[in-house]
Design a protein. Sequence first.
Length: 371
Amino acid sequence: MSTSGLNMSRRIRRTPYTDRVEQVGVRGFSVVNHMLLPKAFQPTVEEDYWHLRSHVQIWDVSCQRQVQIQGPHAARLVQWMTPRDIRKCAVGQCMYVPIVDDQAGLLNDPVMLKLAEDRFWLSIADSDLLLYAKGLAIGAGMDVRVDEPDVNTLAVQGPKAEDLMVDVFGPGIREVRFFRFGWFDFAGTRQLIARGGYSKPGGFEIYLDDRALAERLWDTVWAAGQKYQITPGCPNIIDRVEAGLLSYGNEMTRENNPLEISLAKYCSLDGSVDYIGRAALQAIAARGVQREIRGVLFDGGPCPPCAKPWPVMVGTHKVGQVTTGIWSPRLERNIGLSLIERGFWDPGQPVEVLTVDGLVRPGELCALPFD
Ligand code: THG
């Protein structure tokens, strides 16, 4: 049996936008949180990339499911799950929050939205965080409700996103600061719109909470976007790697701690907040991390798709592995993300990348983001 075709079933959830995505010519899907995520539209990922940098795109990112935590102990539960100090988070604010287990291993890296003092959404990457949160809440006897509301997020990304969003939702859109959100009218309902998104140009994310309005929302944004040359899109691998945006399951798994993937700035280590994994994380910090995430620039012409990690070598010693690699048409080199062993992680360090096509590709390390 071929692995190139995905066999659909109810377990692989469609989104309320999937019909529209198919109508505008999606060329394939990935599955995230048991839900379809479009992977490509234009003839090539490179065309998608150039378009995203100059115009505006509409992305079905419904797979960014919300783990909703509400009730008297909601803030306590969320703080228990993350090393990031959330005490200063205001209602209407988003925070990128690593979630770690008792060993400080990463379980997810969601965007947290504080909807009220006693109500949070964790907009998750690809792992079943709902079950973990439920387990903690039940096990600790907390007074919270944990569920997955039927919120289906539509991202509007690219330099023209703000003008387009103003046309649809009004001038109040301009007042929404980065990683903040506001409530805007759509078809007589109030919808949450945040500034942010999984791209370097950025934009907005519409957290639509009524699936009956999904196609109407898609069609409205699509129609308003015509004068901005809108196209359907999806998280773009070239843009993501250039921006140094990490992907759970690719650059990080439970084998990694937040310190080695440059998330120390989101970790409280001074003992002022209590969370699962604090002692483990403090011990790692005291010892010093043994590897760190870096960019890898490498040659040999456009690399093949990185379906499994490629060894990064210094001489005969494996110092890391490229977990995502792609040709950058702007930098005119291959770019990759890799954890690199201590002692070898200085920018400029010469390396060789062993790609799946059998080539030994010379290159060097750099700091993130690329540029
Ligand atoms: N949007 C939403 N949910 C998501 C993603 C998203 N969940 C899964 C995945 N993407 C989470 N990963 C990231 C990684 C980085 C950022 C957002 C989501 C990001 N970080 C900012 C930065 O690096 O500059 C700032 C973080 C901060 O200040 O707290 O944007 O894309 N809804």
